[in-house]
Design a protein around this ligand. Structure first.
Ligand code: HEC
Ligand SMILES: [Cu+2]
Length: 439
């Protein structure tokens, strides 16, 4: 109401019409301290403050140095996507300012004053009609086609092309989303056939096209490294792909970008872009036998024995391959999928299976810990890795990452009421030493 250009009294469509003539007693009497003008003033102040706040928040999001800012791009894929974003944004800003400006100008300049006669009525203006049909069509077609082209450029075929100048092929890394951590599997990490399986922190050489093959063993996740490439859904039973190239060495943050359950927000990961020789040194050292200290030696026994860690985790090997050419890690995942499918059968059928000994074996996918000592975080990027956090994690993972599957499934966390590990403090210390010596 407050925005109507004429006051209520001389409005021809006064809403009071039909209610009979207004009498003085109908008009609400407001105390002088809270006149409508003041109230309106306060309201516009509040609106202004709100708008200012939103703008400020939006502007903060544009800080290119923020860890997950899509404005601080690196490499051709992210750069192309940022360019597309900027052109789309500024074209739309220009259209908005032009259209909204013309509208405001017309509304103010030609607004009806009391006593004005009806202005001349125009019906259609052919050149104008043609102009405002053709210009948006061209804009939308152009931006639309370009968007689709950028979309197609995410296809790994473009990675082959981008790598064509260099003498090596793109590096293929399989990322498997698990509730709630990431597994990274390199079928050919050193281009001589070495298999490497790690978790939550992937290492890649700079200036090399990395093709990601994205899979999930449970629900839909989304793979996203904001500074290197746009996101891509990770869908069970199918393989999606994307590729990226990191130009500058350094650490890039990644994150699951599709709500996938309790600990979704804690499903982060890191990409370490290394110089080629550093990367190859990591691959060469992966799973190489190392001399354990005495404490670590004791820790190894806990790992294999009382801790039962080995029922889920692999250490010291990327992924031993069985007779049919599948890795242990991979096999566990298949078993896990089979088991969770079985759990969905009606209870009576499951009971029958159990009675006849036909229930599937249980097995759970878990992070490969072979290079844990080289990583910077645990809990899928949740906390920095050091003696203290690792010990806390082993004592009670749930205290760090509520909902995680290690607390939920590992036998040692099921025997005490407080869900702490059924291990002594000494055993925990030895385990910590053992794990930190995995480099
Ligand atoms: C039932 C399977 C299972 C058992 C048994 C198990 N874990 Fe885990 N572990 C997991 C899963 C699943 C995760 C990933 C949790 C997450 O981040 O959500 C994990 C995570 C970890 C991590 C953090 C890895 C990372 O990169 O973030 C460490 C370290 C670890 N486990 C050590 C152990 C040790 C030591 C034992 C034995 C005392 C053990 N686990 C027993 C399933 C298991
Ligand atoms: Cu997820």
């Amino acid at each position: 109401m407050g925005l109507l250009p004429f006051s209520e009294q001389d409005s021809p469509t006064n809403s009071q019409a039909g209610h009979g003539p207004r009498t003085n007693s109908d008009i609400p009497v407001s105390p002088a301290s809270d006149s409508p003008t003041r109230r309106r003033g306060r309201r516009s102040l509040a609106v202004l403050a709100l708008l200012g706040g939103i703008l400020l928040l939006a502007a903060l999001g544009c800080d290119a140095d923020a860890p997950q800012s899509t404005f601080g791009v690196n490499g051709p894929v992210a750069r192309e996507q940022l360019l597309l974003f900027n052109v789309l944004l500024w074209t739309m800003v220009a259209v908005f300012v032009l259209v909204e400006g013309a509208l405001l100008y017309a509304a103010v300049r030609f607004r009806r004053k009391p006593g004005d006669p009806l202005p001349p009525q125009t019906h259609g203006h052919t050149p104008l009609e043609i102009a405002w049909t053709i210009i948006p069509t061209i804009l939308i077609l152009g931006l639309g086609i370009w968007s689709v082209i950028v979309l197609f450029e995410l296809d790994p075929a473009y990675a082959e092309e981008c790598q064509a100048g260099a003498d090596n092929k793109p590096l293929v890394v399989e990322a498997v989303g698990h509730q709630w951590w990431w597994e990274f599997r390199y079928e050919d990490a050193d281009r001589e056939g070495k298999l490497v399986t790690t978790a939550n922190e992937m290492r890649v050489p700079v200036d090399t096209c990395i093709v990601m093959e994205l899979k999930s063993d449970d629900v839909i996740h989304s793979f996203w490294i904001p500074k290197l490439a746009g996101k891509q859904d990770v869908v069970p039973t199918r393989t999606n792909t994307l590729w990226f190239l990191a130009e500058d060495p350094g650490m890039y943050y990644g994150q699951c970008a599709e709500f996938c359950g309790t600990a979704h927000a804690q499903m982060r990961f890191r990409v370490h872009a290394l110089e080629e020789d550093e990367y190859l040194a990591w691959v060469a050292g992966f799973g190489a036998p190392n001399q354990l200290s005495t404490a670590a030696g004791r820790g190894q026994l806990v790992f294999l024995g009382d801790g039962q860690c080995v029922t889920c985790h692999t250490v010291g090997a990327s992924d031993a391959v069985n007779e049919v050419g599948e890795g242990v890690q991979h096999g566990r995942m298949q078993t896990y999928i089979a088991y969770s499918t079985w759990l969905q059968k009606p209870a009576a059928e499951r009971l029958a299976d159990v009675r006849t000994g036909n229930e599937p074996p249980t097995a759970f996918a878990a992070p490969n810990l072979t290079d844990l000592g080289l990583r910077t975080t645990i809990g899928s990027g949740l906390v920095d890795l050091n003696r203290e956090t690792l010990r806390q994690w082993l004592r009670n993972p749930d205290a760090i990452k509520p909902g995680n599957r290690m607390s939920e499934l590992a036998a040692i966390y099921q025997t005490r009421l407080d869900h702490r590990a059924d291990l002594s403090e000494d055993q925990l210390s030895d385990l910590v030493e053992y794990l930190l010596e995995q480099k």
